[in-house]
Design a protein around this ligand. Structure first.
Ligand code: SF4
Ligand code: SF4
Length: 272
């Protein structure tokens, strides 16, 4: 994180919630503050909503001046299409003792890639060379890629607890400021809903309902229309919960509900 972004992050953490408040607290120009805010938003370090700017729950406990050092995990674990590098295969341009042999002309993805550990969001147990887990942030997701030598490491603590916590933070965000927490482990893809693991999430989205504070019931959509129907039924379940105090949740995970939802849900719940 550069100095300007760090100053702005500190000002928000200290309670500045408006542009004016941040400008006053940092002495930076509005333009610099705006740029830093965009960077911090992209990195999921703050959100902007009706109450102004807020620091997120993403941890900032680790030192901010880290080096990759002995790690070359991103040249090994991640996919880099520009050099035909598949996931979990050491890049053909990597050489022991030299590092990247095409460093000056390496692809843009390699130039711009910074993992969350290097950014200082994660404690040392997440050092990718040691954990076998690379976390990086994109505009709307926390992306977790796992070394195929330890494909289930992400399910272990302290990793799973932290990923579940981030997932809940992403779900709680308002509107399009939310983000997904996605795990790629070998051939497998997962999405986290708190501590609930959704295998093979579809491109069309997932409708979900909270069961406890950190677990969810989910339905994976098979088309945009299916997602709409699932969302409409979830909204009806929530209305019935408010009216009657409870609502039975349909069991079939891959069903395709058809309106009207209310009579069937009331019957299933014994409220009809
Ligand atoms: S995974 Fe992170 S720490 Fe490791 S080489 Fe890549 S950017 Fe550096
Ligand atoms: S091109 Fe260089 S930096 Fe990019 S993955 Fe290969 S070895 Fe790593």
């Amino acid at each position: 994180m550069d100095q300007t972004a760090l100053q702005v992050a500190r000002a928000v953490e200290a309670g500045a919630t408006t542009m004016k408040g941040i400008v006053d607290a940092t002495g930076l120009s509005r333009l610099k503050v705006e740029r830093a805010l965009s960077t911090l938003e992209k990195q999921k370090l703050l959100v902007r909503d009706a109450q102004g700017f807020r620091a997120t729950g993403l941890p900032k406990t680790a030192p901010l001046t880290r080096q990759c050092g002995s790690c070359n995990a991103c040249c090994d674990i991640l996919e880099v299409a520009a050099v035909d590098k598949p996931v979990n295969q050491l890049c053909r341009h990597w050489q022991t003792g030299t590092g990247c042999t095409i460093y000056d002309r390496r692809p843009q993805m390699c130039r711009s890639f910074v993992c969350a550990w290097l950014q200082g969001h994660l404690d040392d147990e997440w050092f990718p060379a040691k954990s076998g887990i690379i976390v990086h942030f994109s505009q709307d997701a926390v992306n977790v890629t796992v070394d195929d030598h330890c494909p289930d490491r992400w399910r272990e603590e302290p990793y799973f607890g932290k990923l579940a916590e981030w997932s809940l933070n992403g779900i709680k965000r308002i509107g399009n400021r939310g983000y997904a927490t996605l795990v790629v482990s070998g051939e497998n893809r997962y999405m986290l809903l708190g501590r609930t693991i959704v295998p093979d999430p579809t491109l069309f989205g997932t409708a979900f309902l909270p069961l406890t504070a950190d677990t969810f019931r989910f339905w994976r959509a098979t088309s945009p229309e299916h997602l709409q129907r699932l969302h409409a039924r979830v909204a009806e379940i929530e209305r019935i919960r408010q009216e009657f105090g409870s609502c039975a949740i349909p069991e079939n995970e891959d069903d395709d509900p058809q309106a009207p939802y209310r009579p069937a849900l009331l019957r299933l719940s014994g409220h009809a």
